[in-house]
Design a protein around this ligand. Structure first.
Ligand code: HEM
Length: 403
């Protein structure tokens, strides 16, 4: 039976997994006639295409399905460049994201987590994403750019308003999404103007890109604003979605939850299994640079390709019982949780460190917890996937930060 897949249809935005299973069963890339595009649902197809960057595939026509399929605005940064330019601009901040670079930030991040968790403990109930985990990741993103923590709630809400889709919304960004993007861009453009006046006050990534000159090129104001914009947004959502999803999936699997509560060192495995089972980067999009063959189909120059990460990580030819949440799975190098190839996630070590710290501090403070299921919601949309709202309760009388 042929699969009628449109990433922007209500059915796919609500629950893409039945489409993904059916497209994987086709055994090859799936052609989407209405966009003259290809959906890569199988692990091997995404994996192999990820290694064709620079010769067969270009990143320059955008990253998101909205950008590549619908022509939405593209923030120009290293994320939408091909080699060698991509490497030059990415390497300016790479060191902060190596395992060693991230380890240097561990104590600061733990302090941040505890500072924001402490006043929440007496409540006995919260939405883990918006009240806790997403605050930490957005504040940390702002820290890397030298933005004031006092403004964090503003940009946190703007990023959600920009990326989150309302149920029933179709066809990419809505007026609400675009207005939030415009306001965030305006806020960061004002920061860029301040940095131009006081360049000595620039820190970390903002300093790196403000002062950068590569092959005689310096960034103009708009380009610099795009860097601040993209770097603030890119690390803010995926980690807290995975944190919420970990608490959700553990609660739905009581035996695994009991094991984790007895030994919090298992949280890293649980977080990584959530990144597989409920891959938060549902999909990204690229474009063919020239004609080439992929797994028996002929891809033509200019055709878009959807890299369906959430599908690839449920591929039954790679994972046993892929639709079962099981953190005892052996971690494997051959994973697409964080992508693959030259554009592989820059923030993977940071994401894991933040996610595990957020979970560790929470569970060591509250112990056991319950889900409020009718106050949990999956994300609706084409780009992000997983649990956007996870409400839990705990015994507030016994909750306290642990030394
Ligand atoms: C659980 C957390 C996260 C997941 C699952 C995740 C996943 C991904 C995926 C699938 C990609 C595409 C890779 C590819 O094209 O091969 C990506 C790219 C990227 N991620 Fe993450 N990510 C996470 C956290 C973070 C964080 C915390 C940051 C913070 C800076 C970050 C920064 C980036 C950047 C900059 C890119 C683009 C890299 C490039 O184009 O060179 N990510 N991520």
């Amino acid at each position: 039976m042929s699969v009628d897949y449109d990433p922007f249809s209500h059915e796919a935005m609500k629950d893409p997994f039945p489409f993904y299973k059916a497209m994987r069963a086709e055994g090859k890339p799936h052609y989407i006639a209405r966009y003259d595009a290809w959906a890569l649902a199988r692990f091997d197809d995404v994996w192999n295409a990820s290694l064709m960057q620079n010769d067969n595939i270009t990143f320059t026509s955008g990253q998101t399905p909205g950008q590549v399929l619908l022509g939405e605005m593209i923030p120009r940064t290293f994320m939408t460049m091909d080699a060698p330019e991509h490497r030059h601009w990415r390497s300016l901040i790479r060191e902060a994201y190596t395992p060693e670079g991230v380890a240097k930030e561990a104590a600061r991040i733990r302090e941040l987590v505890r500072r924001y968790l402490s006043p929440l403990l007496a409540k006995g109930k919260m939405d883990v994403y918006s009240e806790y985990a997403n605050r930490i990741t957005t504040i940390n993103g702002g820290y890397n750019l030298g933005l004031p923590e006092a403004d964090a709630e503003k940009w946190r809400a703007l990023i959600d308003d920009m990326l989150w889709r309302d149920e029933g919304q179709q066809g990419g960004g809505s007026d609400k999404n675009n207005a939030a993007a415009g306001e965030l861009f305006g806020y960061l453009a004002a920061k860029v103007a301040e940095l131009r006046e006081h360049p000595d006050e620039a820190v970390r990534h903002a300093a790196a890109y403000l002062h950068a000159e590569i092959e005689g090129k310096k960034l103009n104001d708009e380009e610099l604003t795009f860097y601040l914009f993209s770097l603030l947004v890119v690390g803010s959502e995926t980690t807290p979605i995975t944190v919420g999803g970990t608490l959700y999936n553990l609660a739905k699997n009581p035996q695994q939850k009991a094991e984790v509560l007895a030994d919090l060192s298992l949280l890293k495995n649980a977080f990584l299994e959530t990144a597989r089972f409920d891959q938060p980067t549902n999909m990204l999009a690229r474009r063919a640079k020239q004609d080439f063959e992929l797994n028996g189909v002929q891809i033509k120059e200019e055709q878009p390709l959807l890299f369906l990460y959430a599908s690839a990580e449920r591929d039954e030819s790679v994972y046993d019982n892929p639709d079962v949440y099981d953190f005892h799975r052996q971690p494997t190098e051959r994973s697409l949780m964080f992508g693959h190839g030259g554009h592989k996630c820059l923030g993977m070590h940071l994401g894991v460190l933040m996610g595990v710290t957020i979970l560790e501090e929470l569970l060591s403070a509250i112990g056991d917890y319950e889900l409020v299921e009718d106050e949990c919601e999956r994300l609706y949309g084409e780009h992000l996937s997983g649990w956007g709202k996870v409400t839990i309760t705990w015994d507030a009388d016994k909750a306290a930060l642990k030394d």
